[in-house]
Every structure is written in structure tokens, then in C-alpha cells.
Design a protein around this ligand. Structure first.
Ligand SMILES: CC(C)(COP(=O)(O)OP(=O)(O)OC[C@H]1O[C@@H](n2cnc3c(N)ncnc32)[C@H](O)[C@@H]1OP(=O)(O)O)[C@@H](O)C(=O)NCCC(=O)NCCS
Length: 196
């Protein structure tokens, strides 16, 4: 199956109007995760407009060649604070290096990602394909804006932990019901990520 990605940035740049973009986003459905659904419907447009994060829509084609919105992902910037308690081994495992990278580290954030459950469109894509497309984008970003680690915040539920860990993300911190997952961006770029 072939996929193509359209960024909100390019939609705006090539003259697609605010109302049209918002109408596409408001039709996205993610009953498994209310935060994700609220983000894509209500915040993604403005986050993109002001430069807080870039959202990308993933499409495929139906049998009669109509574009179908199957998923989205959002990339932005964040940071983590690294305590002294981490051992050298932990640092190597989580950050991919023991080089002194400082106490506060800027990170590349996969802010949101989801399949589109509207009309059963989620059946046209898997989480593995979605992450592969996200990693391809990170490889491009890394050429001009490097980062030590790629970062994901997620709810502490088994399916999501399982999903991120199988790509090699390491749990860095847990606060309340939120988990901070990190993976060395070099690892993503060097294509050493294999799905466990
Ligand atoms: C995360 C995701 C891309 C993974 O896709 P996938 O690898 O193809 O896996 P599946 O969609 O088949 O999900 C696997 C299981 O996890 C469950 N699951 C997925 N997201 C979940 C969530 N946010 N909360 C609870 N359970 C979830 C699914 O219901 C499924 O359960 P089942 O095996 O009992 O049917 C996809 O499940 C998704 O889009 N989830 C909703 C959005 C989301 O939560 N994004 C994470 C933001 S941090």
C-alpha cells in the first residue's frame, strides 16, 4: 500500500484556507485517546500556525483512487532534565552516549501520533508503518536540526508502553500517569532500529 504525507505547513503555504484545513482536522477520529482527538481537532492548526509544532497528515488511496486520511503525527521540541542519579550505563542506553550533554537537554518531540478511526480508515495503516513514516521524517529533520534524543510523552497504559518499547524507546521518567520515553536520535537515523 502506498502512503503520502501532507503537512499543515505546506497546505497553508500553498493556499489551502483555514476553514478547509480545520474541517479536515475536525473529521479525524480517535476514540482510544481523547487527548489526541482534542489535539488534532482543536489545537493542531494553531500550533502549526504559530510554530509550536508541525502536524503531518498521512493519506493512502482507496480502490477507486480517492485520498483517504489514515493517520497523523506531530513533531515539535521539548526538553528533559537529567539528574545526577543516572549511571553511565543508563546514560548510554537512554541517550546513546556518555558524552557530557548537560543537565537540561533539548529534545525532538513526537508530540502526537494516531491512526484515524473515522469510517474504519485505521484499517489501511498499521502502527509499524506509521512509526516508519515518522522515523523517515526525523532522519530529514536531523540533517538540519540535530537532537541527541527523540522524546515521546504517553499515558501509562500497557498497549502504548508496548508500542514504543518495541521500537527501542526507553522509559526515562514517570510522573503521575505520564511516561517520558526517549530514544537516541542517532539510532533512528542510523537505521539501527529493529522492531522487537
Ligand atoms: C498507537 C497506535 C498507533 C498503535 O497502532 P498498532 O501498533 O497498529 O496497534 P493497534 O492499533 O492494533 O493497538 C494495539 C492494542 O492497543 C490498544 N490501544 C491503542 N491505543 C490505545 C490507547 N491510547 N489506550 C488504550 N489502549 C490502546 C488497541 O485497542 C489494541 O488493543 P487490542 O489488541 O485489545 O485490540 C494506534 O493504536 C493508535 O493510533 N492509538 C490511538 C492513538 C494513541 O493513543 N496514540 C498515542 C499517543 S501518545
Amino acid at each position: 500500500m502506498k502512503y503520502f504525507t501532507v503537512s499543515l505547513y505546506n497546505m497553508r503555504k500553498f493556499g489551502v484556507g483555514k476553514e478547509e484545513i480545520k474541517s479536515i482536522l475536525s473529521d479525524f477520529s480517535c476514540p482510544l485517546n481523547g487527548d489526541v482527538e482534542e489535539f488534532i481537532r482543536c489545537k493542531a492548526y494553531d500550533f502549526d500556525r504559530v510554530g509550536l509544532a508541525r502536524t503531518n497528515l498521512i493519506y493512502t488511496f482507496s480502490e477507486d483512487d480517492k485520498p483517504i486520511l489514515v493517520a497523523f503525527f506531530t513533531i515539535g521540541l521539548s526538553h528533559v532534565v537529567i539528574g545526577d542519579e543516572l549511571s553511565k550505563n543508563d546514560k548510554k542506553r537512554i541517550f546513546g552516549t556518555t558524552y557530557p550533554i548537560g543537565g537540561t537537554l533539548k529534545t525532538l518531540l513526537i508530540g502526537q501520533l494516531s491512526k484515524n478511526y473515522k469510517n474504519g480508515n485505521n484499517r489501511y495503516i498499521t502502527g509499524d508503518v506509521l512509526m516508519k513514516i515518522v522515523f523517515e521524517r526525523i532522519r530529514k529533520i536531523h540533517q538540519i536540526m540535530p537532537s541527541v534524543v527523540t522524546h515521546i510523552d504517553c499515558k501509562d497504559v500497557f498497549p502504548l508502553r508496548n508500542y514504543y518499547e518495541k521500537f527501542g524507546f526507553h522509559m526515562f521518567k514517570k510522573s503521575d500517569n505520564q511516561l517520558v520515553y526517549l530514544m537516541s536520535t542517532n539510532r533512528i537515523v542510523e537505521n539501527t532500529v529493529s522492531i522487537r
